[in-house]
Design a protein around this ligand. Structure first.
Ligand code: SF4
Length: 470
């Protein structure tokens, strides 16, 4: 992959087991790719909630005997990368609060596009906020509806606009919610001994030995409690806007997502790309690790030999997760080691999943030239990213997206490669099994499924907060 795409988060919840915290830990570990800034677990011990959250990777946050001290029979967990709000410890989730209905903890994957508006309304009524995340607004909404409605959660959800897969932990249940557009994944599972659980990705179910039951539907709330699993709806089914970029890059290849296995979709994207943009070369080389699945497909379809010509250093984290460009560039140098014996004097097809700003891709191509590549033909397994995402993936701003200001030929020249081709939009959509209108493609097409405030950034709530206190 490229550099500056930041997403998103992972959530997990499990009900009715003595080992709730340990299972949350395993699930968060499996979903570490969904966010590396912070992690947290909240548990319920006979209805009493407690939480531990911190900055860093899952093993760092839960070092020592932290897990043993998080006793409880139910728990929720969260991996975070900031899509609204800075990388601050106060924004780590699950957020644990006390409100009229008692204690509540919440973990959120996605991005609310009307959080700023809602927050302003609450602040004008005297509500206090102590984070800069959009997620805190949800607890205020719940509190506001607590006395007026028999089911405050369904009422509260109807006020939210944007992407949200949510897990709530309350004293007597877990509530798992997926927004009516279904941008972010959320699945229901069951452990060997019958305990229900929910997770962003099926890879988390695999990590705890749970079986996949089904996807939670857009607009559905699933409740896990001592009474078992129950369901209700807060929005009518509509054509969903499932994020196609989950398949392109973000999700774990082994996960089953929106009805398809990610690895298979990525291989198909590579095969399609080979058909759309063939070229003669000595080898097909994947950009580790993001381009590997598509490169396999490209090699299979083209008949050109697949070689691991770039060896990754596995001890360097995903480069796009690094918060600054300087750190990302350094991480690329540390992370990727071209194998000169394979590359020197050869024509190579390099397959990667996407290009965002182009700066890190340029640095990668420079490394390959230094290793002696005679020709570099770069193939990208999605279309050019031309628009920002407001639904939980934090691309750069529009003017920082290289494809928003340059043609493909200009990008090729900037990267100093011999040829550059992207997979077409139709080609990408032909690789997934559902109808094209069931996926969001806004970052490629500019067609946003709902109206968005283009001035919205991930720090909008922070700016609002600074204004308040200035
Ligand atoms: S804009 Fe792109 S990244 Fe964002 S939800 Fe849509 S497809 Fe996914």
């Amino acid at each position: 992959m490229t550099q500056t795409i930041k997403e998103k988060c992972g959530v997990f919840g499990i009900w009715g087991t003595e080992h709730a915290a340990h299972l949350c830990y395993a699930a968060l570990f499996a979903q570490q790719h969904r966010g590396q800034e912070s992690a947290g677990i909240a548990v319920s011990d006979d209805g009493e909630l407690s939480a531990h959250v911190g900055m860093g990777l899952v093993p760092e946050v839960f070092a020592g005997d932290v897990l043993d001290r998080l006793t409880g029979q139910a728990g929720i967990g969260h991996n975070r990368y900031s899509t609204t709000g800075s990388s601050l410890s106060c924004n780590a989730q699950p957020l644990l609060e006390q409100y009229l209905g008692g204690q509540i903890a919440v973990g959120h994957n996605g991005n609310l596009i009307n959080a700023q508006l809602l927050r302003r309304q609450y602040e004008q009524r005297g509500h206090l906020f102590h984070t800069s995340t959009d997620t805190e607004v949800i607890i205020h909404l719940l509190a506001a509806h607590y006395l007026d409605h028999e089911d405050p959660l369904t009422q509260a959800m109807q006020h939210l606009q944007g992407a949200y897969s949510l897990v709530f932990l309350l004293s007597d249940r877990i509530e798992a919610v997926r927004d009516p557009w279904g941008w972010r994944p959320l699945v229901l599972g069951k452990t060997d001994d019958g305990h229900p659980c929910v997770a962003s990705e099926t890879v988390a179910l695999d990590a705890i030995g749970a079986e996949y039951v089904r996807e939670i539907e857009p607009g559905e709330i699933v409740t896990l409690s001592d009474k078992g699993v129950t369901t209700r709806r807060f929005a009518d089914p509509q054509t969903p806007s499932q994020c196609i970029f989950e398949h392109v890059y973000f999700a774990n290849p082994s996960s089953r997502l929106f009805g398809d296995t990610v690895q298979i979709v990525r291989e198909r994207m590579g095969e399609k790309l080979a058909g759309e943009a063939p070229v003669d070369a000595d080898y097909v080389i994947p950009m580790p690790d993001s381009g590997r699945s598509a490169a396999l497909g490209y090699a299979r379809a083209s008949g050109i030999e697949f070689r691991e010509g770039i060896v990754p250093n596995r001890y360097v984290g995903r480069t796009f997760i690094q918060p600054t460009q300087k750190r990302r560039d350094l991480a690329v140098q540390l992370k990727l080691n071209p194998v000169a014996e394979i590359i020197d004097g050869k024509s190579i097809i390099v397959v990667d999943d996407s290009i965002v700003r182009g700066t890190t891709t340029q640095s990668k191509m420079r490394h390959l030239r230094r290793a002696g590549a005679k020709e570099i033909h770069l193939r990208i397994s999605c279309p050019p990213i031309t628009h920002p995402c407001y639904f939980g993936i934090d691309f750069a701003d529009t003017d920082e997206l290289i494809a928003s200001t340059r043609t493909v030929d200009q990008i090729r020249d900037y990267l100093r490669v011999d040829s550059l081709h992207y997979l077409s939009l139709d080609g990408m959509l032909s690789c997934v099994s559902q109808a094209p209108d069931r996926y969001c493609t806004a970052c490629f097409s500019g067609n946003y499924p709902i109206i968005v405030d283009k001035a919205l950034t991930k720090l909008s709530l922070e700016r609002h907060q600074l204004k308040m206190f200035s």
